[in-house]
Ligand binder design. Structure first.
Ligand code: SF4
Length: 353
């Protein structure tokens, strides 16, 4: 059934694989029908498992971070295409035609963009159709009943996007109509619950899959979205660079004035990570006392830099001392300053971004 009669090759499907349980199950349902499957995973720059996701040391006893899509690919024994779309993705985040979800997540535009990208790859690599692990009604924006056909239409793939986990609740797709996929072996899952998926995982003997609570995208995170909004607001421009969005993922961010903000490393791993971004910025750190590396972003004047030094002292081990020596480095300059740590009472809550 799954063989091309002319070429005698098995039918082939290209799936979008996040590495979450749904995309694993969707892939497995097609593999079990004898379809040749490969998957694609897109890196948007906002992926939690991207370059900074695995930066911090795990909590004692916690598992080290892993890349879920890569892990899923080895679990399923399939080839994974990993594609960086971060630069092209800027236009999706800064100007989404369908707006944002509850934070700065442009899920509908994002889905349309990724499906269109997957389709282009399918054409290039000669697959027969594409599929996703979407479940009807599971996500408020991109998986609503009326939005599923909309995604297909806007991505230009009408009838060719199979959703194996909820196919029985949707009109048959071309791969089903042409007999390449047995509709009877697909599922009719819907809603936000996970019981059906967990039962199917058990049936497949799958145990080691990521928890849905982990999330995969910083744009759905309220704290991250606030920092991105702040960046756009104070630059008066929604454009961003990959370096901008990477720096929003690390440290504690405080904006004392519209001219500047500080990024304060929260532990040794974040200090080491931020150290890689010192070039071209002001940075400061207390001398001979444990404490954060602080980066300054924006256009600080002399008074702002003095305040940033006092904040550096405040977040370190010397916070209760009368004076702390701080090393400050900036474009072409380096000096030591003796500063009074800023008392906690003088840090208004609105400084925290
Ligand atoms: S959560 Fe993030 S990656 Fe997923 S659809 Fe929404 S914007 Fe895209």
């Amino acid at each position: 059934m799954n063989t091309d009669l002319e070429t005698q090759k098995p039918r082939a499907a290209l799936g979008l694989l996040s590495g979450g349980l749904d995309s694993i199950l969707a892939t497995r349902l097609l593999l079990d029908q004898g379809i040749r499957v490969e998957c694609v995973n897109f890196h948007t720059g906002f992926c939690i498992q991207g370059h900074t996701g695995a930066m911090r040391n795990p909590e004692p006893g916690a598992k080290p971070a892993r890349h879920d899509a890569l892990h899923a690919a080895q679990l399923l024994g399939i080839k994974l295409h990993m594609i960086d779309i971060a630069e092209e993705y800027v236009k999706i985040v800064t100007n989404p035609k369908h707006g944002y979800g509850s934070n700065l997540n442009p899920c509908l535009d994002c889905k349309i963009f990724m499906v269109a990208k997957a389709w282009a790859l399918k054409e290039q690599l000669g697959f027969d159709f594409i599929f996703t692990g979407e479940v009807l009604g599971q996500r408020p924006m991109s998986q609503r009943r009326d939005n599923l056909p909309h995604i297909e239409r806007e991505a230009g793939v009408e009838g060719w996007l199979l959703r194996p986990l909820c196919a029985l609740r949707l009109p048959p797709t071309e791969p089903e109509k042409r007999g390449w996929v047995d509709r009877q072996q697909l599922k009719g899952f819907s809603g936000r619950g996970r019981k059906d998926q967990m039962a199917l995982a058990k049936q497949f003997g799958l145990r080691d899959y990521p928890s849905p609570a982990g999330g995969c995208c910083f744009l759905t995170d309220v704290n991250y979205s606030r920092k991105l909004q702040d960046l756009w607001h104070f630059r008066a421009d929604r454009a961003y660079t990959i370096e901008d969005i990477v720096l929003l993922k690390a440290g504690r961010h405080l904006r004392p004035t519209p001219r500047f903000k500080v990024i304060v490393g929260r532990d040794e791993t974040e200090n080491n990570f931020l150290a890689g971004f010192r070039a071209g910025r002001w940075s400061m750190q207390a001398v001979e006392l444990a404490g954060p590396l602080v980066l300054v972003e924006g256009h600080p004047d002399a008074e702002d830099l003095a305040l940033a030094c006092r904040l550096t002292a405040r977040f370190g081990q010397g916070r209760h001392l009368a004076e702390v020596q701080v090393s400050i480095e900036g474009p072409g300059q380096q000096e030591m300053r003796l500063v009074t740590p800023l008392p906690a009472a003088e840090i208004p809550p609105e400084w925290y971004i």
